[in-house]
Design a protein around this ligand. Structure first.
Ligand code: PLP
Length: 449
């Protein structure tokens, strides 16, 4: 039975009314991808305030891997809220924080002693990982990547590589940041091609050191194993391990930013596992606590212990309700088949996308690791001119027809898939059928121009 139910024009009257209040009360800097407002959500479905039901292919930007309103998560949250909601771990420690740290240290890659720190958001976790790396190495510099995204706080934003809208007007940013091209093969900065390039983009970092920074001043590299906001860019297998070896030769710590790739999205709990990389520090957030604000820095015990007592913390960091939600998420991963499902969901999306690409000339590149699937749209397959407007049009049409979709990419021309991993095949196929119609509609609009 079909899940999508659109019974008003989109946006419906209640969404429009709420959007008018939103415009008056909430700053415009806080954008929204779709023009409808949520009333409830369950599994892979979202219902708006007008009663329209959508398939959610955005998952609150990759947060709902275990599905909306998972009964396991809801029960854990309710039970914890009834016992206590806050005491501040820096005042009165509690068991659920400690046991969550124990569980994550056991699960994160690396056969060395680890410790874990909890904070409230991906950006805050990145800030903390860099603070720890700087403290442990005594070096100020950070190596990061073009097209990378690490959050909106000052240091995380300084590491982020998209000006509008993220950085526009927010300067000055922090110093000691060295940015180099990522392993983005479809738009290779060195006009090379894999595998004959033999990861020249990694070796080229040496040239950047000669011109811009002594590697002995660089504390850490911050790297997404697959670029998220930057366009679901999947580097060739072996790229992250080559980078890690390169950095280790220079005494540079490896910080894996697994905020978007983490928690099963790529078919492994953490994406760096695909490359056999054991990062010194690993940052995770988003699907870790199924929508409750929680992020973690997990790392080598001796690095994590470098800052002095009181050097790390935060009032709400590792909130007990969020820790309870994360325990429930881990239970779901341990007892279910979400990692296998991640691969199946991704393969199913990719198979549909490959079919669309036969007739839709807008599709320039299809990239996938597990269920992290991106389709890069171009107006011309030879020149690879980004099709930003067409991407926006597909997102708009999809919403009108009952699929919540979001775009990505520095050039704004990538359709990305972040549906809950619990989505059923029939739901996935229903949503993909809608998207197929959207691709056809936008392709014929382009042809008619
Ligand atoms: N790092 C990556 C790879 C992300 O995708 C994001 C958010 O999208 C962040 C960091 C920032 O996380 P948050 O929005 O929780 O601060």
């Amino acid at each position: 039975m079909a899940v999508i139910r659109i019974r008003t024009e989109i946006p419906g009257p209640k969404s429009r009314a709420l959007m008018r209040r939103r415009a008056a009360a909430v700053p415009r800097g806080l954008a929204h991808s779709v023009p409808v407002c949520a009333a409830s959500a369950d599994g892979a479905c979202v219902t708006d305030v007008d009663g329209n039901v959508y398939l959610d292919f955005a998952g609150g930007i990759g947060v709902m891997n275990v599905g909306h309103s998972s009964p396991t998560v809801v029960a854990a949250v309710r039970e914890q809220a009834e016992r206590f909601s806050h005491v501040c771990f820096s005042v009165l420690p509690y068991e659920s924080y400690v046991s969550l740290a124990e569980r994550l240290c056991a699960l994160a890659p690396g056969g060395f002693p680890k410790k874990a720190l909890f904070v409230n958001s991906g950006a805050e976790a990145i800030e903390n990982a860099v603070k720890i790396a700087r403290h442990a190495t005594g070096r100020p510099g950070v190596l990061c990547f073009e097209d990378g995204f690490h959050g909106r706080t000052l240091l995380a934003l300084s590491l982020t590589s998209k000006v509008a809208p993220y950085k526009l007007g927010f300067a000055p940013f922090v110093s000691d940041v060295l940015r180099v091209p990522y392993g983005y093969c479809y738009r290779c900065a060195y006009q090379a091609s894999y595998p004959s390039c033999d990861f020249a983009c990694v070796d080229e970092i040496e040239q950047h050191f000669k011109r811009h920074a002594d590697p002995k001043t660089i504390a850490a590299v911050v790297v997404e194993p697959v670029l998220g906001e930057g366009g679901f860019v999947v580097p060739p297998r072996g790229y992250v391990s080559r980078l890690a070896s390169f950095c280790r030769r220079h005494g540079i710590l490896v910080i894996a930013d697994e905020v978007q790739t983490g928690f099963g999205r790529t078919g492994r709990l953490f994406a760096c596992e695909h490359d056999g990389v054991e990062p010194d520090l690993l940052v995770t957030a988003k699907s870790l606590a199924a929508g409750l604000p929680l992020a973690a820095v997990i790392g080598r015990a001796e690095l994590m212990d470098s800052p002095i007592e009181g050097g790390l913390g935060g009032t709400y960091a590792g909130n007990p309700i969020a820790c309870a939600a994360a325990h429930a998420v881990l239970d779901l991963f341990e007892s279910g088949d979400l990692l296998r499902r991640s691969e199946e969901v991704g393969a199913r999306i990719e198979a549909h996308a490959q079919r669309w690409a036969k007739s839709c000339r807008l599709i320039g590149d299809i990239r996938r690791r597990g269920a992290m699937v991106g389709i890069e749209l171009v107006t011309n397959r030879d020149t690879r001119e980004p099709a930003k407007h067409e991407t926006e049009e597909i997102v708009r049409l999809a919403c009108e027809r009952g699929v919540i979709l979001i775009a990505a990419g520095t050039l704004g021309n990538v359709v990305r898939f972040l549906a809950p991993l619990t989505i059923e095949d029939a739901e996935l196929d229903e949503g993909l059928e809608v998207l197929s119609e959207c691709f056809v509609a936008v392709t014929s609009q382009v042809a008619a121009r």
